[in-house]
Design a protein around this ligand. Sequence first.
Ligand SMILES: [Ca+2]
Ligand SMILES: [Ca+2]
Length: 129
Amino acid sequence: MRTTTRVGLAAGMALGCLVPGAAMAATEAETPAARTITKITCFNTQDWPGADETFIRVTGGANLWGPTSMSENDSKNPNVRVHDGTTIGIWDDDGPGGLDDLIGRVTVRSGKHSYDIQGNGASYGLYIR
Ligand SMILES: [Ca+2]
Ligand SMILES: [Ca+2]
């Protein structure tokens, strides 16, 4: 039994190195899976008193959602897509001329559906599936 297993494993590894198109398969495997940001919940606003103008932005990239007014204990359903490995920031918009406040950044990971984001006096939850 042991001998058979070893031979099978060695043969499989050798085949893996020799199969034509292996490079193409590797490229396809690198395309990250798409997820959906299903919910964002504000536990504590950054602006105080009053609501945040919350938005979600890919770090170094596009705005995904918002700005949308969020008060404490508000939940919204962005339903926007992100890919595994993408880093996104949760921000509070403070209007023209103001410097928007970064609440925090997270990197979307396979198999992780709930993210706690805290910073600048605010705390949010993000749910991705
Ligand atoms: Ca602010
Ligand atoms: Ca604001």
